[in-house]
Design a protein around this ligand. Structure first.
Ligand code: PGA
Length: 249
């Protein structure tokens, strides 16, 4: 399977600085073979970048979207509005879950809306430190998947991506051990097979949480891991270019 490297820029860059950053990154990135690179800028930057980006090297993704096409939803941007401008959207990132109160049902609706609008959802799942300490990791992941994939049909699985991001590893420098990632990635794989039946299409699984150029390869070598979701290091052009290179064959 082609590796998938996703850069989540979070709340960094306005349209001007996003464009400058993109050009800086593009100078450093060779045409990567066997890698799909997805850039997820803030919503405000998407329109301009969609005209600027070298589509042969990069895909665009949103960091979030709303499931109602239009209406009285102050501050929201719908999947229908993003349609045609982005190929992917991160959905249910732990910062959306924990800082903005998104629950599994809302996330499920967003996944459904993305699919209806030809946007590939990157559904994020992951346990908090407290979940981990209480040995609830498996239960939390299975719950997040079972509800999060509720509006997904088997035929949609070709367009799904799942990212495993332990909440305690995000932005902390405290990345997960590859053998723990291997266990959760296998659990995700098995849960998808259980929910949709054996012989379901393989859904790419990403690891995210303090990915850096020095540890990227170790995660890419983990079984059932097909790529990376990168936050902090994706807004540093040198680092992100090195991470892309480590996934390229
Ligand atoms: P990080 O963020 O790489 O800065 O830990 C990952 C993410 O939030 O997707």
């Amino acid at each position: 399977m082609k590796k998938l490297i996703v850069g989540n820029w979070k709340e960094h860059f306005n349209p001007g600085t996003a464009s400058a950053y993109y050009h800086k990154l593009n100078k450093l990135v060779e045409k990567a073979s066997n890698v799909t690179v997805v850039l997820c800028p803030p919503t405000l930057d998407i329109y301009a970048l969609s005209h600027e980006l070298d589509g042969a090297k990069y895909k665009l993704g949103a960091q979030n979207l709303y499931y109602e096409n239009e209406g009285p939803y102050t501050g929201e941007t719908s999947a229908a509005m993003l349609k045609g401008m982005v190929d992917y959207s991160i959905i249910g990132h732990s910062e959306r879950r924990h800082k903005f109160g998104e629950d599994n049902l809302m996330i499920a609706k967003k996944v459904g809306a993305a699919l209806r609008n030809n946007i590939k959802p990157i559904l994020c799942v992951g346990e908090t430190l407290m979940d981990r300490d209480e040995e609830l990791t498996s239960r939390v992941i299975v719950d997040q998947l079972t509800v999060g994939l509720h509006f997904v049909a088997k035929a949609d699985l070709d367009d799904m991506v799942i990212a495993y991001e332990p909440v305690w590893a995000i932005g902390t420098g405290d990345f997960a051990r590859p053998d723990d990632v291997a266990k959760v990635a296998k659990l995700i794989h098995n849960t998808v097979q259980e929910l949709f039946g054996d012989e379901s299409p393989e859904v790419p699984i990403l690891y995210g949480g303090s990915v850096e150029p020095d540890n990227a390869k170790a995660f890419l070598d983990v079984g059932y891991i097909d790529g990376l979701l990168v936050g902090g290091a994706s807004v540093n052009a040198e680092k992100f270019a090195r991470i892309i290179a480590s996934a390229s064959t």
